[in-house]
Design a protein around this ligand. Structure first.
Ligand code: 4AD
Ligand code: MG
Length: 428
C-alpha cells in the first residue's frame, strides 16, 4: 500500500507490512553497516526514518532529493520514533544538487533568509509547520461560521467601489492585447477589492448572518511587518445586532473557537513555530512617552502602548472619532466628540487584528454622510438597502495573516503567507 509519511508514522501494524512511501530527503546519516534517511512529504512535521543497508549508495541519496521507498514498516528500536521503514528498494525520483540547493543539512536558516526562496522554503520544517497551521486555521474558521449558522458568500474580487474610502486601490484593466469596445472593459473604473463588506451588507439583508473569507488587496506603500498588498480577510456581517457588545462577542468567540481547534489539530506545528522564534524577538520596544490626542488616529506605537498598558492581553478599543472613519459607520450622536460605533481589537505583538463597526442603517444619516464625501450617486444601491427593509446591523473584518502571526508569534507577516506581495516585490 502507498502511505503518506503521516499515516506511516501512525501505523498500528508494525509487523512488517509492505508499504511504499514517497517524499523528500530531510537527512542522511551513514554508519558502517546502515544508512539512516529521514523523509518528509509535508503531511506532518515529523519525518519518517528509513533504515537501509550499506548496499544503497549514499551519494545518490542526497539531502533534498525526492525518493520513493518500498519496504517493511517495523517497530523502531529507538525511543525517538515508534515506527521506521526497513528499506528494500529506494528509487531516486529527482536528485538534488546539494551544492546549489540554498538550504544546508542540519542548518537552521532564519526566516529572513528563507524569504529569498519562495519557491523552495515550503520544504523546510518551519514553513511546513506555518503553512499546515494556515490550512488548519482556514478550516477552523469555516467550521466556526458553519456551526454558528452563518451563510458563506463569495464576494467579488473585482469591484467598482472603494469600501474603506482610503483610495488604496489597484486598478484592473485588460492587457493592451485585448480589443475592448469603447475603451473601457467594464464601462466604469474597476479595482481589486479592499474589503467584501459592502457586498456582505447586501447579503445580510437576506440571510441575516453571513461571512466571506477571501483575498483582499491594498496598494499600501508600506514596508511594515504587518502589511501586505494582498492579504486574506475573514469578514462577518450580522443583521439585527444592536450594540457593539453583540459584535465583540462574536469576534471573541471566533478567535477562541478557531484557536482551540487549531491547537488541538496541530499542536506540534504550533510548538515548532514558538520554538523557532529567537528569544527576545517577541519583545518589542516602543517610545516611552506616548501622546494620545483626541482626533488623531492610533498608530502602531499607540496600539502597542495600549496592549502593554492593559497587561499584554487582547484589547478592544471602541467609539472612534467620526472624522477618522469611513462613511458607513454608525453615528453615535454624542456631542462635540462626535464618535462612531467602531470597534478594533488590538493584540500583543501584532496591534490591530480586527476592525468592525455598527453600520449606519438610518437612511437620512447615511444620505448626509455620503453627500459629504461626494458619493451619493455611486452609492444609490447602498442607500436602497436603507429604504427597503433596513435593519440595525454590523460586522467586522479580521486580517487572517495577522491572526496567524498572533497565534504563532511570527514577527513578519511575509512569513505566514505562501507567496507574499508587497511594495517592490511580486516574486513568482
Ligand atoms: O480595519 P480594516 O480596514 O476593516 C475593513 O476593511 C472593514 N471593511 C472590515 C469589515 O468590517 N468587514 O481591515 C480589517 C483587518 C485589519 O484589522 C487588519 O487585521 C487587516 O484587515 N488588514 C491587513 N492585513 C494585512 N495587510 C494589510 N495591508 C492590511 N490592512 C488591513
Ligand atoms: Mg482598521
Amino acid at each position: 500500500a502507498k502511505l503518506s509519511v503521516r499515516d506511516a508514522l501512525g501505523a498500528q501494524n508494525t509487523s512488517g507490512e509492505r508499504v511504499k512511501v514517497q517524499g523528500w530527503i530531510r537527512s542522511v546519516r551513514s554508519q558502517k553497516e546502515v544508512l539512516f534517511l529521514h523523509i518528509n512529504d509535508g503531511s506532518s512535521l515529523e519525518s519518517l526514518q528509513v533504515v537501509a543497508d550499506s548496499s544503497f549508495d549514499s551519494k545518490e541519496l542526497a539531502f533534498g532529493s525526492s525518493v520513493e521507498v518500498q519496504g517493511q514498516l517495523v517497530k523502531s528500536p529507538s525511543k525517538r520514533q515508534n515506527v521506521e521503514l526497513k528499506a528494500e528498494k529506494i528509487e531516486v525520483v529527482g536528485n538534488c544538487d546539494a551544492k546549489a540547493f540554498p538550504f544546508k543539512y542540519k542548518e537552521r536558516h532564519p526566516l529572513e533568509y528563507l524569504r529569498q526562496y519562495p519557491h523552495l522554503r515550503c520544504r523546510t520544517n518551519v514553513l511546513g509547520s506555518i503553512l499546515r497551521v494556515r490550512s488548519e486555521a482556514t478550516a477552523a474558521i469555516h467550521s466556526f461560521f458553519k456551526d454558528s449558522g452563518f451563510v458563506h458568500i463569495h464576494t467579488p474580487i473585482i469591484t467598482s467601489n472603494d469600501c474603506e474610502g482610503a483610495g488604496e486601490l489597484f486598478r484592473v484593466e485588460p492587457s493592451s492585447k485585448v480589443k475592448v469596445p469603447e475603451e473601457n472593459f467594464f464601462n466604469v473604473p474597476a479595482f481589486l477589492t479592499v474589503s467584501g463588506q459592502l457586498h456582505l451588507e447586501v447579503m445580510s439583508g437576506a440571510f441575516t448572518q453571513v461571512f466571506t473569507f477571501g483575498p483582499t488587496f491594498r496598494a499600501e506603500n508600506s514596508q511594515s511587518r504587518r502589511h501586505l498588498a494582498e492579504f486574506y480577510m475573514v469578514e462577518a456581517e450580522i443583521s439585527f445586532v444592536e450594540s457593539l457588545q453583540d459584535l465583540m462577542q462574536v469576534m471573541e468567540r471566533l478567535f477562541k473557537t478557531a484557536t482551540m481547534l487549531v491547537l488541538s489539530n496541530c499542536p506540534e506545528d504550533i510548538e515548532l513555530c514558538h520554538r523557532f522564534i529567537a528569544p527576545g524577538q517577541k519583545i518589542r520596544t516602543y517610545a516611552k512617552k506616548q501622546l494620545f490626542n483626541w482626533g488623531v488616529d492610533l498608530h502602531t506605537e499607540h496600539e502597542k502602548f495600549l496592549v502593554k498598558h492593559c497587561g499584554n492581553i487582547p484589547v478592544f478599543v471602541v467609539n472612534y472619532p467620526l472624522a477618522l472613519k469611513p462613511f458607513y459607520m454608525r453615528d453615535n450622536e454624542d456631542g462635540p466628540q462626535h464618535t462612531v460605533a467602531a470597534v478594533d481589537l488590538l493584540v500583543p505583538g501584532v496591534g490591530e487584528l480586527f476592525g468592525g463597526s455598527l453600520r449606519e442603517e438610518r437612511y437620512h444619516f447615511l444620505e448626509q454622510r455620503l453627500a459629504r464625501s461626494g458619493l451619493t450617486e455611486a452609492y444609490q444601491w447602498y442607500l436602497d438597502l436603507r429604504r427597503f427593509g433596513s435593519v440595525p446591523h454590523g460586522g467586522f473584518g479580521m486580517g487572517f495573516e495577522r491572526y496567524l502571526q498572533c497565534i504563532l508569534g511570527i514577527d513578519n507577516i511575509k512569513d505566514v503567507i505562501p507567496f507574499p506581495r508587497f511594495t517592490h516585490s511580486c516574486l513568482l
